[in-house]
Design a protein around this ligand. Structure first.
Ligand code: ATP
Ligand code: MG
Length: 361
């Protein structure tokens, strides 16, 4: 069986370091591993519109931003197909058929959708399109026969929903679709990176982000004002690691060899944590180390972004070609789906002959 990746992002803002450790970095590694037969990365504009219907301009302006973030993080259009969701109408058609296989109560139980509904304060005015986006996301994954979805922890319920649709579809209409697997980041901290304000998730919609495109100065300023342990007031006070955003970021980003480079008094992160918990280690020192660690990761990304920014028409061309190629693949899958569901009337000579016979032709 061929190994296929599909994943993506909503163009609701520039990509942040949560996206990077949660998914983007992994995609680049997988792309360069050569182990995958096909890699599709989707800019999910139609999904972004499900909760931004009154603000299409926001979505429109952010497509290029997300594309620039992809390319600057190291996605290579020679190896990876980058596509825009709305340009593949076959996805909408699939969604229509999959909707018949999912119940309203099943959608209501989706914990990610539940928390997003609360976060967006929809209360009882939930757009139907938003409520059903897990089904549309299943179409995105299934259209490309993806086997692997590299994503953050918030995507687990979406993959589970997708797998249920596959099982239901295959049992009703015959083996057609493939059950995908989620590929979570190895580090616990990277699965759901908190915001700089200490809130549970760094998210474009919450405005608590360090963006891949932020300048060196902006990154430093955001780190220096980051949430730590509110009870760690004097340097001599013992500090807490649990819920301390600076340490969570170090868990997600730091490498042991960086201690030798930037903080040689400590051999590794465990030693640094131990000292902080004992007392006698100030937040500023830890934040300065985190700043060095993050800048090292972000510097090459920033540099590549500046290069791609010089040829915006070229970037749009990459998206157009990627979308065209993706459309072919989705059309093939839709053909299989319609054949399995027996809604391929004109291709079915047997059906036509049988009906002709019934009427004595
Ligand atoms: P929005 O607020 O518009 O939903 P978002 O910041 O949640 O935006 P998405 O486009 O929904 O971003 O998510 C894209 C990918 O990034 C998904 O795979 C998701 O799991 C991952 N991701 C998003 N935020 C984080 C985070 N804070 N930590 C780890 N992974 C994340
Ligand atoms: Mg999201």
């Amino acid at each position: 069986m061929s190994k296929v990746i599909l994943t993506g992002d909503r163009p609701t803002g520039r990509l942040h370091v949560g996206h990077y450790v949660g998914s983007l970095k992994r995609r680049v590694e997988l792309q360069n591993s050569g182990e995958y037969d096909k890699i599709f990365i989707m800019i999910a504009d139609a999904q972004a519109l499900t909760d931004n219907a009154d603000n299409p301009e926001k979505v429109r302006q952010n497509i290029i931003e997300v594309a620039l973030d992809y390319l600057s993080a190291g996605l290579d259009p020679e190896k990876t197909t980058i596509l825009i969701q709305s340009q593949i109408p076959e996805l909408t058609e699939m969604t229509q058929y999959f909707m018949n296989l999912v119940t309203v109560s099943r959608l209501q139980r989706n914990p990610t959708v539940k928390s997003e509904i609360n976060m967006r304060k929809f209360e009882t005015s939930i757009p139907v399109g938003f409520f059903t986006y897990p089904i549309s996301q299943a179409s995105d994954i299934l259209a490309f026969k993806a086997t692997t979805v590299p994503a953050g922890e918030d995507q687990e319920p979406m993959i589970e929903q997708t797998r249920e649709i596959v099982r239901k579809f295959n049992s009703v209409y015959g083996e057609t679709l493939i059950e995908p697997e989620i590929l979570l980041p190895e580090s616990e901290a990277a699965r759901r990176l908190p915001g700089t304000d200490g809130k549970a998730k760094m998210s474009k919609s919450l405005g608590n982000c360090i963006y891949l495109a932020d300048s060196e100065e902006d990154v430093r300023a955001k780190i220096m004002s980051m949430y730590t342990d509110p009870d760690h007031i004097k340097v001599s006070d013992p500090g807490k690691i649990e819920g301390n955003t600076v340490f969570t970021y170090l868990d997600a980003f730091s490498k042991t060899e960086q201690f030798e480079r930037y903080l040689p008094e400590y051999a590794n992160l465990d030693e640094l944590k131990e000292h902080y918990q004992k007392g006698g280690l100030g937040d500023v020192k830890v934040k300065k180390f985190l700043n060095n660690v993050l800048q090292e990761e972000l510097e090459p990304i920033r540099a590549r972004r500046h290069e791609y920014e010089k040829d915006i028409a070229g970037v749009y061309d990459i998206l157009k070609k990627g979308s065209e190629e993706a459309r072919q693949v989705a059309a093939n899958t839709l053909h299989d789906i319609k054949e399995a569901m027996k809604i391929n009337y004109f291709d079915d000579a047997e059906l036509i002959a049988k009906h002709a016979k019934k009427y004595g032709n």
